[in-house]
Design a protein around this ligand. Structure first.
Ligand SMILES: NC(=O)c1ccc[n+]([C@@H]2O[C@H](COP(=O)([O-])OP(=O)(O)OC[C@H]3O[C@@H](n4cnc5c(N)ncnc54)[C@H](O)[C@@H]3O)[C@@H](O)[C@H]2O)c1
Length: 343
């Protein structure tokens, strides 16, 4: 659940830059901050494989305090200007697909590490008062040694995506420790909810499965589906960003952000089919080589974030799925998230 409107008003008049602002997480933060009166600039390069979508700005796109700037975070000159005068930077732009980072590690390096160094250096030169967030991933831990995973768990990345997320996180920490920049690093579990792309299954599995079920198709689950994941509903994730933004003790800290609950893939798929009322679940063998990137069961230990800020996720998985299904059930809405049919 999103924070009380009394707390949200603290963002009134604040200048906020959201990179990746047309994607799921960035646009959801904007959906909270624009009505709260923040002056929001959404930066996005509209790269095809990811989730940028004008539909995500429904209800806020025409507001004078919501502006879209089509730019790439790899563009140092553009970033140097955009960071000026901002109170907060929610840095969500990313190469989001960890499997495809195996095929193109240099693209991942450029977007998920190099561009962040560029952006942080721009802040050091042009805006040392900003508070800036890194959107890392639970994949930074790699193979899971124990559950629930706390922030001290070893980080042994299995993909270039996870390696570069770790490197970027380290750079945010360095900028805090060396220059006092107010950086915060998140390691996010598996987010789902309205505004996630549903055009492919490279990331955002819950949303992709909901699309399959709505189309009355088969949902395929690897093996017996007993692998455990931590699915966090988008409103709870946005709430974490906003609570941390307002809390001064969070600067320089790294936080796991998840639901704190483990749910098996099998239960996840069956919950979706039940909520949608159509679709079927089919178990298939694990693809060859997949074992190399499989982390094992994962559940976030969210105690640190709860202790520092009072944040606690409040959306049970069944409820989050119900709200997400409600969002995409209308075929006209769904169509806005799918590429047009080829002639
Ligand atoms: N979705 C997940 O499973 C997940 C999990 C953990 C962390 N994260 C991280 O959270 C962030 C946001 O992810 P999301 O779920 O909202 O994905 P998304 O695909 O919905 O949004 C990402 C946005 O970034 C934009 N983008 C990509 N490269 C860019 C660039 N070079 N310059 C400007 N814009 C660019 C895309 O166009 C897209 O709009 C990413 O950094 C991602 O790695 C996501």
């Amino acid at each position: 659940m999103l924070m009380e409107s009394t707390q949200l008003t603290q963002f009134g008049g604040k200048r906020v830059l959201i990179t990746g602002g047309l994607g799921m997480i960035g646009s959801s933060i904007a959906q909270a901050l624009v009505p709260a009166g923040a002056d929001v600039i959404l930066v996005d390069a509209f790269l095809e494989k990811y989730g940028a979508n004008r539909a995500n700005l429904e209800g806020i796109a025409d507001k004078p305090n919501c502006r879209v700037n089509v730019a790439d975070i790899r563009d140092a000159a553009a970033m140097a200007e955009l960071v000026k005068g901002q109170d907060y930077i929610f840095n969500l732009a990313g190469q989001v697909d960890h499997n495809s980072s195996l095929d193109d590690p240099l693209l991942d390096l450029d977007i998920n590490y190099r561009a962040h160094v560029t952006l942080l250096e721009a802040c050091l030169r042009n805006n040392r008062d900003v508070k800036i967030f890194h959107a890392g991933s639970r994949l930074q831990y790699g193979k899971v040694h124990y559950n629930p995973v706390d922030e001290h768990h070893p980080r042994e990345p299995l993909t270039p995506y996870a390696t570069n997320k770790n490197a970027a996180e380290n750079y945010y920490r360095y900028c805090h420790n060396r220059f006092g920049l107010r950086t915060v690093m998140f390691r996010i579990a598996n987010p789902y909810g309205p505004r996630c792309q549903i055009k492919h299954n490279k990331y955002g599995m819950v949303n992709y499965f909901i699309r399959k079920a709505l189309d009355n198709e088969e949902i395929t689950v690897f093996g017996d589906g007993s692998q455990i994941r931590d699915f966090i509903y988008i409103d709870d994730l946005v709430d974490a960003f906003l609570k941390v933004a307002l809390n001064e003790r969070t600067s320089g800290e790294v936080y796991n952000v998840g639901s704190g609950n483990g749910i098996s893939f099998k239960t996840m798929a069956e919950t979706i089919v039940r909520a949608v009322g159509s679709g079927t679940v089919k178990h298939i063998p694990w693809p060859e080589n997949y074992v190399n990137v499989e982390t094992g069961d994962y559940v976030s230990n969210i105690g640190k974030l709860r202790d520092h800020t009072g944040w606690t996720p409040s959306t049970p998985f069944e409820e989050g799925v119900r709200r997400t299904v409600e969002y995409y059930r209308d075929p006209a809405v769904r169509a806005r998230y799918l590429p047009p049919a080829k002639p």
